[in-house]
Write a protein that binds this ligand. Structure first.
Ligand code: NAP
Length: 252
């Protein structure tokens, strides 16, 4: 199926590995020119369609520099808001520094970048804003306090923005990963194994047993959904949170 986005421009945040890298590759395969941003942009191989860009989302001045570069390039049509996940830990005893740091890296930076890209999208009467969340937005995950708390704020922001810009041909959606096999998920499984004194294989086996499909998803399966939301065909999907979780979230 031709998604009718060839020739569009995109920014993918958190593009050096995992979900962001898979979305970058999938958009480029559709003929989209992608600015692929991460702290370690030098690890992203540049191609005819992929332009690596360095940014640190935890640093407001780095975000300002990214916005200036994007504006000089005429903005983007497709924005994939993604970031690294914060440190695991409980609510009890979290420092205000940790909360503020997580909010800057996962929320404030994407609010600023989105706000800066919207005037161009409004002028062109077309835009796609897709924010990567987590199953924790629907069903908070134990011991991921910073992630659960900040992502709930991001979900409220995304839903509110969807109504504000819908009449300009701009859709605003979230994609919620359950357990997709990336480095981050392997790291979290490793931490859990250490904490519980079991092997990583045992942790992964227990995790697979909680997922109706009986397996973790692949980054490509996740990227396919994000890219569909970026397509011209997805023009009537806005304000949605689409789960890509193999049925893991139990609630309706
Ligand atoms: N995979 C899953 O199943 C799953 C489930 C629930 C939620 N999530 C969330 O979805 C997001 C992506 O997941 P993932 O599994 O792809 O994570 P990942 O493998 O850890 O990748 C995170 C990406 O974000 C970049 N990044 C991290 N900190 C950054 C910063 N300060 N500034 C700019 N870029 C930064 C990383 O690149 P650099 O290190 O080069 O900067 C990397 O490209 C994360 O927020 C994760 O918590 C994932």
């Amino acid at each position: 199926m031709d998604l009718h986005i060839s020739g569009k421009k995109a920014l993918v945040l958190g593009a050096s590995r995992g979900l962001g890298a898979a979305i970058t590759a999938a958009l480029a395969a559709e003929g989209v020119q992608v600015f692929a941003a991460a702290r370690t942009a030098d690890t992203i191989p540049p191609t005819e369609k992929i332009i690596p860009v360095a940014v640190d989302l935890s640093d407001a001045s780095s975000v300002v520099a990214l916005i200036a570069m994007l504006n000089a390039q005429g903005g983007v049509d497709i924005l994939i808001n993604n970031s690294g996940g914060p440190k695991a830990g409980p609510v009890l005893g979290q420092s205000s520094e940790a909360w503020l740091g997580a909010f800057q890296a996962m929320a404030m930076s994407i609010f600023s970048i989105t706000d800066a890209m919207l005037p161009g999208m409004i002028a062109r009467k077309w835009g796609r804003i897709i924010t990567i969340g987590s199953s924790g937005v629907v069903q908070p995950i134990a011991n991921l306090a910073l992630s659960n708390g900040v992502r709930a704020a991001v979900a409220g922001w995304s839903k509110t923005l969807a109504s504000e810009v819908a009449r300009h041909g701009i859709t605003v959606n979230m994609v919620l990963p359950g357990r997709i096999a990336t480095d981050r998920v392997a790291e979290l499984d490793g931490l859990k194994a250490e904490k519980t004194g079991t092997s990583i294989e045992a942790v992964q086996e227990a995790s697979r047993n909680e997922i109706p499909t009986g397996r973790y998803g692949t980054p490509d399966e996740f990227a396919a959904v994000a890219v569909f939301l970026a397509s011209s065909q997805a023009s009537y999907v806005t304000g949605s949170s689409v789960r890509v979780d193999g049925g893991m979230i139990r609630g309706l």
